[in-house]
Design a protein around this ligand. Structure first.
Ligand code: 6PG
Length: 227
């Protein structure tokens, strides 16, 4: 049975999520980062609050197929806002190699994830309801026999993507969304209140065994309750 998501409308979701990332880093374990424009400040706060990440294994839920120094790279976002600011870097870093052919990078991620346990999974929500790089109605959503896959992007930046698959995302011990801005308000309703389905990939996380936690600002939450 799907569990209702834990929706937390707060003044500063990046601060709250930064704190919970830092708490997880302090307890050790594996942390899966997301990309996009929303998480940078959360990563900066996490680095300030917990500068020792030596017992942490770091993963990314998805990557854009660009080199690691490209401004569109999710790895670059995390390196500049988090990893480069730490006193002690993470013990293990599983960067998705966006510079490879997408299928090769996905194969590498699939292999690396064998036997991996994901303690904290961070996710954003696209205005079209996508999550990680799983876009509405695409065949990548149906991949169940691999831990990672690749495919085209449904939204900007329109570069190929490598992404963890839905069963891998759902396997995390803790699943946390960080969502800000009015442009996400409709997608928030569709993902967390509406019907669960392939046309809103984020809604499929509600089928995970753990309760999804959603941190959102008032603009992103503005259509909840009316939806
Ligand atoms: C990516 C993502 C993607 C992102 C959402 C939300 O690489 O683009 O990982 O799933 O989390 O698109 O992004 P924003 O934070 O930019 O709204």
């Amino acid at each position: 049975m799907p569990q209702p998501p834990d929706l937390r409308v707060v003044d500063d979701p990046a601060e709250e999520v930064g704190r919970l990332i830092a708490e997880q880093a302090g307890r050790a374990g594996s942390i899966v980062l997301t990309g996009g424009t929303s998480p940078g400040r959360a990563y900066e706060r996490a680095a300030e609050l917990q500068p020792d990440w030596s017992p942490v294994t770091l993963w990314w839920g998805d990557e854009r197929c660009v080199p690691p120094d490209d401004d569109r790279s999710n790895y670059k976002l995390a390196r500049t806002t988090l990893v480069d600011r730490l006193a002690e870097p993470p013990g293990e870093v599983h960067r998705i190699r966006g510079e490879l052919q997408p299928a090769d990078a996905a194969g590498e991620l699939d292999k690396a994830l064998e036997d991996a346990e994901l303690d904290l999974l961070l996710l954003g929500l696209g205005p079209d309801g996508h999550v990680a790089s799983l876009f509405p109605g695409t065949p990548q959503l149906d991949v169940e026999d691999r831990r990672a896959t690749s495919g085209p992007a449904g939204l900007e930046p329109l570069v190929e993507r490598v992404t963890m698959t839905m069963p891998t995302l759902r396997s995390a011990q803790r699943i946390v969304f960080l969502i800000t801005g009015a442009s996400k308000a409709d997608a928030v309703v569709r993902a967390f209140v509406g019907e669960i389905g392939r046309d809103v990939p984020a809604s499929l996380l509600r089928l995970a065994p753990v309760r999804v936690e959603v941190f959102l600002d008032r603009a992103a939450a503005s259509k909840l309750g009316t939806g």
